[in-house]
Design a protein around this ligand. Structure first.
Ligand code: SF4
Ligand code: SF4
Length: 378
């Protein structure tokens, strides 16, 4: 395992982190989903044994059971693993008391005396100003919890525009950030570099693009000479090759996934600088090609038949340009299940009037159906 130092803190984190939102689940007798505890604990402990020293969770993960199961996996290993969880700031009344109540619940469920990295969950600049940084509010309570040793480091997970990530970094209140970054979505790249320059730890969620890069793609797998075994490997190597990234979180469900990811994370220099430049250039070129077709602007919406036009055309791009055939077919099946696919188009033409790309949307979504739906008949 390779470890990376968080400049500001002087602590070393494994470049692969355990994302716990995909612990193995099974249906109970009451029809509800439960974590398969033994398998989940075995999976986490295998990761710890292979050197993973960071685990990320949140109160709602795995039907609210995740924190407790992690608590069990941590027994006897607490001092070797950095634990991260989150405060669902957008879901509670923004007071110091409510902040403390959620923190205490996480401490109890995880069965720990302190949390290493406590995140304000999914914030943007607006949430920071209206719900956190207010008199007697959650941010004050977080500083107090830090003084009391219940939280070691304060963090945020982020779903806003990159400019606002920079503003949050500049508050100086946070030591790490958790954000999206992957081969298909590099918009946070500059903000990530800025966070690193400021000595913060940068943790990446979705290195395999929320599953999009988990499916085979000959285009992506062959981006570097000799190719790689899987799209997921290329995706993970791409994220880890960024020197501004501290750790990539991967949601892992079984021991084999842990072993596969740990092997990739153990590669010294996951991509050479030449390979990285080549991959970026190819992805830029692909993005341009994708934009020539449908930019995803959404001006064609709403469609009177509720058809997911931009999503359907995005899947065509994934298939045609990135070679993500299995992924796009399976996502189209979900759209079909919702009855929001091309079959329901009434040919009203509203979308075509609105499209700045002047796409023949009716024809394109029908072609998409022909491509992605094996049962489609015009
Ligand atoms: S032509 Fe079809 S896809 Fe376009 S707005 Fe009308 S119903 Fe929707
Ligand atoms: S308006 Fe045109 S370019 Fe924009 S999302 Fe719809 S189809 Fe794509």
């Amino acid at each position: 395992m390779i470890y990376r130092e968080i400049g500001k803190l002087g602590i070393k984190i494994s470049s692969l982190g355990f994302g716990s939102m995909r612990l193995p689940m099974k249906e109970g007798r009451d029809g509800r989903e439960y974590v398969e505890e033994d398998k989940a604990v075995e999976t986490m402990r295998r990761a710890f044994d292979l050197g993973v020293n960071y685990i990320d969770t949140a109160p709602y993960y795995c039907e609210n059971q995740c924190e407790e199961v992690i608590g069990k996996a941590l027994k006897g290993r607490r001092d070797k693993v950095y634990v991260s969880t989150k405060s669902p700031i957008k879901d509670y009344k923004p007071t110091a008391d409510e902040f403390t109540r959620w923190l205490e619940q996480s401490l109890k469920r995880l069965d720990v005396d302190y949390i290493d990295f406590y995140h304000f969950w999914g914030i943007g600049w607006d949430v920071y100003n209206t719900r956190m940084n207010i008199p007697h509010g959650p941010l004050e309570a977080a500083f107090k919890a830090k003084r009391e040793g219940l939280i070691k480091h304060l963090s945020f997970s982020f779903h806003d525009v990159p400019e606002n990530m920079i503003k949050l970094i500049d508050t100086g209140n946070f030591e790490t950030v958790l954000c999206q970054y992957n081969l298909l979505d590099r918009k946070n790249e500059d903000a990530i570099a800025y966070a690193h320059e400021k000595g913060m730890g940068v943790f990446i969620m979705g290195p395999v693009g929320g599953g999009r890069l988990g499916e085979p793609s000959p285009v992506i797998q062959n981006m570097i000479p000799g190719g790689v075994k899987s799209t997921a490997e290329m995706a993970l190597r791409f994220v880890l090759a960024n020197p501004n990234v501290t750790c990539a979180l991967s949601g892992m469900s079984d021991v084999s996934m842990v072993e596969e990811n740990a092997a990739v994370a153990g590669i010294e220099g996951p991509l050479s600088s030449g390979e990285m430049a080549k991959v970026k250039a190819m992805m830029d070129e692909n993005a341009k090609l994708a934009d020539l077709y449908c930019t995803g602007c959404g001006y064609c919406l709403p469609c009177p038949e509720n058809i997911r036009i931009p999503d359907i055309l995005r899947l065509v791009n994934y298939n045609r340009i990135y070679g993500l055939k299995d992924y796009s077919v399976s996502e189209y099946a979900d759209i079909k299940e919702e009855k929001r696919d091309a079959y329901y188009c009434s040919d009203c033409g509203k979308c075509m009037e609105a499209c700045p790309q002047k796409l023949n949307v009716i024809e394109e979504i029908k072609k998409a159906a022909g491509l992605l739906d094996p049962e489609y008949r015009q």
